[in-house]
Design a protein. Structure first.
Lengths: 791, 175
């Protein structure tokens, strides 16, 4: 089954409307609603709940003053780093200051959401507005501070280098400077955040359902905040309506407050985020300004590269410096500059927090590096692919050590990849060498075409580990559990494909559970394109262990050598002899010595049914059952890569930007299911188009988000995405895991801003240095460029 | 308690609450709702038909689309009381009487037309209505049919294929 584009096993349920997303659960639950700050920056002077007290159906109102113990402390700083010198996180409910519009101030619990909102709107909060810091430039200027005890608004500052970039640039025959900017966007899953909690008053245990990318993370965080034993908290991730990064953040204020209230009230409580809340009170990403200084030779080889950038991390920084660290390391892409220095500052602003959104700092990095490559090509009058080719790391240089530290705290060492081969594929697919003729032909018809390409390398499958459990039931059904969560990636299908091959059972007999701490309690989460690499590998190892056990038990029963046995179609048999076999479910029965028979088959395993009376029923070091439980913990991340090319047409009058062709070459190592990988690429490309041409977070200078709705935030419909996305795969297997896999989830979005900037620049002959770009932006650019030239 | 009845026959059973009747997926349902109850919430939380999803509550994403008297309607923009007496089809009512998937549902499975599945019910309903109107859409018309619904996972590529595949399956079934 491995490598086959089979249809997904999860679809039937979802197509019938039988999915179970967070708000589909807990019909008996009370509803939580939140009074949120209308100010980007203010002191909270007082809260008057009197007007809400007579609202029908009101159950409880909580403010900061009600929070006990550790719940009254700031939320955790999830990923500390030595360079994060001024890490600040918010409280579950604001104490005396609010730092972004949407920050929760009061929690209201009522019989349903309508009534909870009735009460919430009657609660009066008295604020003293403070000056808001909005945007990278205001944060850098630091005329006002977000947090009074954080000088310069700087949360963290990091420098990394490999070689002496300043000297290399000084000595280089040619140099260029670029100022490159990318605005904010956001994950924007169709389902927002949500949490449901039940406190079982009899067993005194907490059960939580969360729309999250990490059930084990939520479990640990809530247990710590509520001072409960981990063993007394279950977290179940139901169907999740998309994540794209935003749901890896945990615990959200609501994720600790709702379980706390459920326990306090002894009744289930649910919070379902609405769309406006998701816009203002979840998380965004991408806002960065970059300054590049590059030195190169007359052939276009980069001798020295110096990048400084400023990252807008929003009001708080619970997820640490991960995004800018990824930009600072992954911007190198497939290239090997002679020397490299990067320096960034992560800055507070009075806006929604910034945490990874699909791509996680890489789209900015690719934008910076690819714009630089294009600028070098333009400066030298060279073909853009030639400059790239001359700077590529060669396949024979793998593993390639960049001399930097990656986001996982480990050396940035590429494990594998073949960038020249990928470029050759892309050039052939898009017809790069024949494009000038195409452009000329279009020009003759009054059409203006441009072509761009962009490359990226993506560290995927970051550690520390994932694990999996495979158990063969006596029915012959196989239950597979892994701890990380699923948000539409088709894990039930791809993990079942792996188990079907490793264990030799029909795929229809395999059931996969993800993201349920009751089924598997050790896990990290689904982010960084890591699920297939990490859990896929763990599942393979666990299935291999179960297979070895099944073979061993069957060998004893068949009085055969384990080496002579195979498992095929769920039957353990002498190789090539189906008649000899016993069903794997029967082997499971035999593996578990019984005192009590529960059915006819089980009678074969009872203590009077035979066996060697000279040995214990369960041998030393053995255990009952056909099971495997294994963990996968790789030395380092594995590095996927790819290249995109786009042909655009820009309207001469309206500056409308139309996508003519979109081509992708993608290398995620061995493919488990090409259909699912292509689906991931499609979705990524659409988000790349979104970030390049449409989506931005339009904060005004007071920190009000002006486009906090689907009417105003231009998430692409089908009319905005390419009518076809041409895809070619390159498979360079990773040597770092048993299946040769590299991650595929984020790749499609990474080169989006870079590739569109390149194509529009090519069409227009105007430098494109800021993304996204709308028709209005392009129209303005044309005007100002004409003005520049006239001067 | 006194009850008032309006022209539609809907009764106001107690202040602010109305008894309404809906024929949902062929079955008569009566439910008591406040005047402000959205049809989407009534379907999901009163009738426990949670296949209809709510993605924006301002009528832009299309996830909550249901058929009301055969017409695709955004159930987050309609009050339950205004649907009194209507025939409503939700995603739970799309499968054939024998339990097999409808052509549109089957096409989504065949074409990998869904990932997280959250927007899917709205697309299924929208396409069902679209193909009833235009059983043989061109590629452009297929894109037009789904042009008002948002999906964040698929980039729409395989949803467009599913529209064309569903039309094909329907034609094959009719032959």
């Amino acid at each position: 089954m491995f490598g086959e584009p089979i249809a997904r096993l999860e679809d039937d349920r979802l197509l019938r409307g039988n999915g179970a997303y967070l708000d589909d659960l807990g019909h008996d639950a009370l509803a939580a609603a939140f009074v949120r700050s209308p100010h980007a920056h203010a002191r909270v002077l007082g809260i008057d709940v009197a007007g809400a007290l007579d609202v029908d159906g009101l159950v409880a109102i909580y403010t900061y003053e009600d929070l006990p113990g550790r719940l009254a402390e700031p939320l955790p700083l999830l990923i500390p780093h030595p360079a994060l010198t001024h890490g600040r996180t918010g409280y579950p409910l604001a104490s005396d200051e609010v730092n972004y519009v949407g920050e929760p101030v009061v929690m209201v619990i009522a019989e349903d959401r309508y009534l909870a909102e009735d009460a919430a709107e009657r609660i009066m909060v008295d604020y003293e507005p403070l000056p808001a810091v909005v945007g990278v430039d205001a944060a850098r200027a630091a005329v006002h501070l977000v947090h009074p005890d954080v000088p310069g608004n700087v949360a963290g500052h990091l420098v990394q280098s490999n070689g002496d970039a300043a000297a290399a640039i000084a000595a280089a025959p040619r140099t260029l400077d670029l100022d490159l900017y990318i605005e904010r966007s956001a994950s924007t899953p169709l389902e927002g955040r949500g949490v449901l909690a039940r406190w079982d008053t009899e067993s005194r245990r907490l059960r939580i359902w969360a729309s999250t990318q990490t059930s084990t993370g939520v479990r640990a965080a809530v247990a710590a905040k509520l001072e409960l034993a981990l063993a007394d908290v279950d977290v179940i991730t139901p169907d999740v309506g998309g994540g794209f990064g935003v749901k890896i953040v945990h615990p959200w204020p609501e994720e600790v407050l709702v379980p706390w209230a459920a326990r306090l009230l002894g009744r289930p409580v649910k919070f379902t985020e609405d769309r406006i809340e998701h816009f203002v009170a979840s998380a965004h990403e991408r806002g960065q300004r970059h300054q590049v200084r590059v030195g190169f030779d007359d052939d276009g080889r980069v001798l020295g590269l110096d990048v400084r950038f400023w990252h807008d991390n929003g009001a708080y920084i619970p997820y640490g410096l991960i995004v800018p660290i990824i930009t600072s390391t992954q911007l190198l892409g497939p290239y090997k500059p002679g020397a490299y220095r990067v320096e960034f500052s992560s800055l507070y602003t009075n806006t929604a927090i910034v945490t990874p959104y699909r791509g996680a700092g890489r789209p900015q990095g690719a934008f910076v590096m690819e714009r630089t490559m294009d600028a070098i090509a333009a400066a030298l009058g060279l073909d853009r692919t030639v400059v790239r080719e001359r700077n590529f790391i060669r396949p024979q240089e793998m593993p390639y050590d960049h001399g930097l530290i990656f986001q996982d705290g480990r050396p940035l060492i590429y494990d594998s990849g073949d960038y020249p081969a990928a470029l050759a594929k892309l050039k052939a697919m898009v017809g790069w060498d024949g494009f000038e003729a195409e452009r000329a032909a279009a020009r003759d018809h009054g059409r203006r075409l441009g072509i761009g390409l962009a490359c990226y390398v993506e560290g995927t499958g970051v550690g520390p580990y994932e694990g999996a459990h495979v158990v063969v039931e006596t029915s012959g059904k196989v239950k597979v559990a892994t701890g990380l969560t699923t948000q539409g990636q088709g894990h039930q299908t791809v993990f079942a494909q792996i188990v079907a091959d490793e264990l030799g059972v029909p795929i229809g007999d395999i059931e996969v559970v993800t993201g349920d701490t009751r089924a598997f309690g050790y896990a990290v989460g689904t982010f960084a394109s890591r699920a297939a690499v990490m859990s896929g590998s763990a599942v393979a190892l666990a299935a291999r262990a179960a297979r070895a056990k099944a073979i061993r038990v069957a060998a004893a029963a068949l009085e055969a050598s384990p080496d002579d046995l195979e498992i095929s179609g769920g039957i353990v048999q002498i190789k090539g002899d189906p008649e000899s076999g016993i069903a794997i479910g029967t082997v499971a029965v035999l593996s578990n010595p019984l005192r009590y028979a529960f059915d006819e088959a089980a009678q074969a395993a009872t203590q009077f049914a035979g066996g060697d009376i000279g040995k214990p029923p369960v041998a030393d070091g053995d255990e009952p059952g056909i099971e495997g439980r294994e963990f996968f913990s790789p030395l380092r991340s594995t590095f996927a890569s790819g290249m995109h090319a786009v042909v655009v047409e820009t309207d001469r009058l309206t500056a409308e930007i139309r996508i003519v062709r979109y081509c992708v070459v993608h290398d995620c190592g061995t493919l488990i299911n090409p259909r699912i990988v292509e689906g991931q690429i499609h979705g990524g490309v659409a988000q790349g188009v979104a970030g390049a041409l449409y989506e931005r977070m339009a904060y005004d200078e007071t920190g009000q988000l002006q486009n906090a709705s689907f009417m105003d935030f231009l998430m692409p419909y089908v009319s905005e995405v390419p009518a076809g996305i041409e895809i070619d795969h390159l498979e360079t297997p990773s040597p770092l895991n048993p299946l040769g896999i590299k991650g595929a989830g984020e790749a499609g979005v990474i080169p989006g801003a870079a590739v569109f900037a390149a194509a529009i620049e090519d069409a227009e002959g105007i430098p494109i240095t800021s993304m996204p770009i709308s028709p209005s932006d392009l129209f303005e650019l044309r005007s100002s460029h004409r003005g520049d030239r006239a001067v | 308690m006194a009850s008032a009845s309006d022209q539609s026959g809907m009764t106001q059973s107690s202040p602010g609450l109305f008894d309404i009747s809906l024929i949902v997926n062929g079955a008569l349902q009566t439910v008591r709702v406040p005047a402000r109850r959205l049809l989407s919430d009534c379907l999901r939380h009163d009738l426990l038909l949670t296949g209809t999803h709510v993605g924006c509550e301002h009528g832009v994403c299309g996830a909550c689309t249901v058929l009301v008297d055969g017409v695709a309607v955004r159930s987050c923009l309609m009050l339950a009381v205004t649907a009194d007496g209507a025939r409503i089809t939700t995603v739970e009512g799309l499968a054939e009487p024998d339990g097999s998937l409808s052509a549109v549902q089957q096409a989504f499975a065949d074409c990998h037309g869904l990932q997280c599945g959250f927007c899917t019910p709205g697309f299924l309903i929208t396409i069902t209505a679209g193909l009833a109107e235009n059983p043989d859409p061109s590629l452009d018309e297929a894109r037009e049919i789904i042009g008002g619904s948002l999906c964040r996972c698929t980039g729409y590529q395989n949803i467009v294929k599913a529209v064309l595949r569903a039309a094909e399956l329907k034609r094959l079934a009719e032959q």
